[in-house]
Write a protein that binds this ligand. Sequence first.
Ligand SMILES: NC(=O)c1ccc[n+]([C@@H]2O[C@H](COP(=O)([O-])OP(=O)(O)OC[C@H]3O[C@@H](n4cnc5c(N)ncnc54)[C@H](OP(=O)(O)O)[C@@H]3O)[C@@H](O)[C@H]2O)c1
Length: 306
Amino acid sequence: MKLPDELIFITNARMPVKTTDARMDGKVCIITGATSGVGYEAAKRLAQGGADLVLVCRNGGKADQVRRELSTHYGATIDVVLADFAKLAQVRTAAGAILERHARIDVLINNAGLHRTRRTLTEERLELVFCVNHLASFLLTRLLLDRLKDSAPSRIIQVNSDGHRFGGLNVNDLNWARRPYHGLWSYGAAKVAQLLTSWELAEQLEGSGVTINAMHPGAVKTAIGMDNGPIYRWYRHHVVNRFLKDPAIAGEALYYLAAAPEMAQVSGRYFNLTTDEPPASYVMNRDVGKRIWRISEELTGLADVA
Ligand SMILES: NC(=O)c1ccc[n+]([C@@H]2O[C@H](COP(=O)([O-])OP(=O)(O)OC[C@H]3O[C@@H](n4cnc5c(N)ncnc54)[C@H](OP(=O)(O)O)[C@@H]3O)[C@@H](O)[C@H]2O)c1
């Protein structure tokens, strides 16, 4: 039985991940949040494929461990750039360091993300999940965009989530000041914002040789959510984890999206791992997309220089 578009993600979750033999030798690939889970698996697979890596991470100790492991096992050239995505000033500094140290960027994988059960505000008074999952990647991408264009053909991949289907985006209350906070909706809101702005960017990038696609990395066993309270951690560990898959599938899927020759011209699409999938209908609302684009520019200080 064929499911309707809104439910096709259930079928797609069982589709095999497409793979590619294409190599990435000499390609500079940036991955945010490469110290754990999906980002770590992507870094590992790209290192296997011969890529030069730039790992943008908040924890220097963990990043160094990944750098040592991947350079020892795969001989990969790895640069580490530190940034806490809860602090937009650090995202700017990281982008500056990348631009200074890397003459080209072939792939940017915006992966760093988190899920919070309680509302938390950053020092800049932004809701943490919205800031880390959406605003920081929006800002980083924009600051690196000219280098990506100069390096074309190049690819941007947004590690999004089927959690965007939880909804939750209210452009009049991005900080959850006027409604009860709910972790899943807040997570969904940030992912919706990222998708809406991805379609805007895809349109702006038409003809530039830079593609942008979003993907759901599967329901995979990672550390996400494990910095919440003990009850959530217990639930995640003893209940949710039983249903989750090996995160290596996410690394393989990201490698395919980053390296496969047949993906070179594909842009503005949403993938469940490697299966092209219609996202929730409300993330195709271009009016809201333009609004959240402007708001994201304002909140990240990009509007001041536009
Ligand atoms: N796991 C799933 O089933 C699933 C499903 C759908 C989507 N996703 C998405 O996949 C992406 C990766 O998540 P994951 O599941 O791999 O979780 P994870 O194991 O917790 O990894 C998250 C990564 O993001 C980094 N990060 C978190 N907060 C950060 C901050 N403030 N500044 C900089 N980096 C930060 C983490 O750094 P530390 O190591 O320092 O904590 C880590 O490297 C997220 O965007 C998530 O929404 C995951």
